[in-house]
Ligand binder design. Structure first.
Ligand SMILES: Nc1ncnc2c1ncn2[C@@H]1O[C@H](COP(=O)(O)OP(=O)(O)OP(=O)(O)O)[C@@H](O)[C@H]1O
Ligand SMILES: [Mg+2]
Length: 516
């Protein structure tokens, strides 16, 4: 690589929160026209640093230089004026606006001086989304969009603006493999146009593939820097954690034959009651044994989330038979599903899960409400044990849950569900935003729980996760089960093939129909 030009330098940044130093004298550099990767475990301080660079939060110390001159970034507006755009980890899409309004939020285009130029905005939105290979109708309400689509929308918002530095804080955490590829293609275009990218992700393959410059944060300090060609996977993982990389291989457990969950001919109509988008499910039948971990793999929109939501009683217009330990479950009743012992950890922790006003402890014990009375001391002990088990490293359980890093918020949700001691645990993307080592911990924990007899059904858009965690996998494609894979048969290509929708021609070829 020709000698790089330093475009942004944050020097000696300090950020303190009550009881904690989130950034302790951090110096971070980004080079022009490159992908500058920032790595670190959950809670390392990555998002905090990015919030400072984008003017969302003020540092307690340090200086920021752009192209060699010191700048003040006191607000998001300042950041925008300096050409810095950010796609935040916790998405900020406004549900009651449509796609195009969201893209131009706060900087509406005007045609004759003051009137908002809707058709101009629509046109540019269409082209931004087309660049992302995501043909979302620009006049749909954002509330009807999946998490993945909303993430694409945020990225489109950042790219329609003429930014010079684009910060992407875990942009692919809710994207399927295919959508991630589209994002990478967009990033390649942006780089060609001279943009500088700052990129945060927990997906190691992605970092290895994209990164030009690497900075590793640990507990609020820079502990390593490197460049493409010198970086290895093991270096990333060990530098990040300060420990040797964990052994990823985990042995499979012995399973019982007892059927816990029996699903027969489950169907769901498309178009939910509230008008939001939902994938129709067609004749889904499968069983889950006691202590089994069943993976549901599929692309975005394959119907994975819908399946879990039907099982959790959240989708009313479903038909079919679901039996839990031999007893028929009434569909469409959350209360009954919960009582019977089916608990769902949702994908979107902001929309469906955590209550931001409550503390970490309160968010966890929420699920205990209605059960027999438990003393506060007992409550705290239960929560503390789960916090330890999940390696959350949270000392003060009375902190608001929003003060936790993204990955730790995910673990709070998991802790809440475990408090109920369920029979069947449904997990929608259980490690979204969780760092590599904590992922391994969560896998261990889930295996441990399965070993104790808990049946687990989880969805994943990550092939690696499916292969590593699932005893058996069902592949979903367009609302149908397209394959069931276990053991040796569960390979990258088998999963990918079964997940990809076939074209009319391929289908006919498979069915042996002459296609001359
Ligand atoms: N508003 C806040 N109040 C108190 N503490 C906070 C606040 N925001 C962040 N923190 C703390 O600062 C530390 C750094 O958090 P940050 O969100 O930057 O981590 P991260 O590296 O982005 O992690 P993740 O990979 O999980 O997103 C964490 O320990 C977090 O709990
Ligand atoms: Mg973060």
């Amino acid at each position: 690589m020709s000698s790089p030009t330093l475009v942004l330098e944050a020097r000696n940044i300090v950020k303190r929160y009550p009881g904690q130093v989130a950034l302790n004298d951090v110096t971070f550099r980004a080079y022009a026209g490159c992908i500058n990767v920032l790595i670190g475990e959950n809670g390392a301080g990555k998002s905090t640093l990015m919030r400072i660079l984008s003017g969302v939060e003020a540092p307690d110390g340090g200086e920021i230089f752009l192209n060699g001159s010191q700048v003040q970034i006191a607000s998001p507006r300042d950041a925008a004026q300096h050409g810095i755009a950010i796609v935040h980890q916790e998405l900020a899409v406004l549900a009651n606006l449509d796609v195009s309004e969201n893209i131009f939020l706060g900087r509406e285009m005007t045609s004759i001086g003051f009137l908002v130029d809707r058709s101009g905005e629509d046109r540019r939105s269409v082209s931004a989304l087309a660049q992302m290979r995501k043909p979302i109708e620009v006049n749909t309400q954002a509330s009807g969009l999946s998490l993945g689509s909303r993430q694409v929308l945020e990225i489109a918002r950042a790219v329609t603006h003429r930014s010079k530095i684009l910060i992407l804080d875990e942009p692919t955490s809710a994207l399927s493999q295919e959508e991630s590829e589209a994002l990478f293609a967009t990033i390649a275009e942006l780089l060609k146009a001279g943009l500088t990218i700052i990129y945060i992700s927990h997906r190691l393959e992605e970092l290895m593939r994209l990164g030009d410059y690497f900075t590793v944060l640990r507990s609020g300090q820079v502990v390593g820097e490197s460049v493409r060609g010198e970086v290895t996977r093991d270096w990333i993982v060990s530098t990040m954690s300060g420990r040797a990389a964990q052994d990823r291989a985990v042995s499979k457990r012995q399973q019982s034959d007892e059927i816990v969950l029996d699903v027969q001919d489950l169907s769901l109509a498309s178009g939910a009651e509230d008008g939001s988008v939902q994938t129709a499910l067609h004749g889904i039948s499968f069983q889950v044994r006691k202590g089994e971990i069943l993976g549901i793999y599929g692309l975005l929109g394959a119907g994975r989330t819908e399946l879990l939501e039907v099982l959790a009683g959240l989708r009313v217009s479903s038909t079919g038979r679901v039996k839990l330990r031999g007893s028929m479950l009434r569909l469409g009743s959350v209360g009954q599903a919960l009582e019977a012992g089916i608990v769902l950890v949702p994908e979107d922790r902001q929309r469906d899960g955590l209550i931001p006003e409550l503390s970490v402890r309160e968010n966890v014990v929420l699920a205990m409400a209605g059960e027999h009375w438990v003393s506060r001391a007992r409550e705290t002990a239960i929560v503390r044990e789960l916090v330890r088990k999940l390696r959350m490293g949270v000392r003060d359980l009375e902190l608001p849950v929003t003060a936790l890093s993204g990955g730790n918020q995910q673990k709070v949700l998991l802790a809440r569900c475990l408090v109920r001691s369920p029979l069947v645990l449904l997990l929608d993307e259980p490690t979204r935003g969780v760092d590599a080592n904590a992922k391994v911990e969560i896998y261990h924990l889930l295996r441990e729980l399965a070993g104790e007899g808990l049946s687990i059904v989880f969805t994943s858009s990550e092939i690696e996760e499916t292969e590593e965690l699932a005893d058996r996998a069902l592949v979903f494609c367009q609302g149908r089960i397209s394959a069931e894979l276990a053991g040796e048969a569960m390979t990258d290509s088998a999963l990918m093939n079964a997940a990809s929708p076939r074209t009319q021609l391929e289908q006919e070829a498979l069915l042996g129909v002459a296609t001359v």
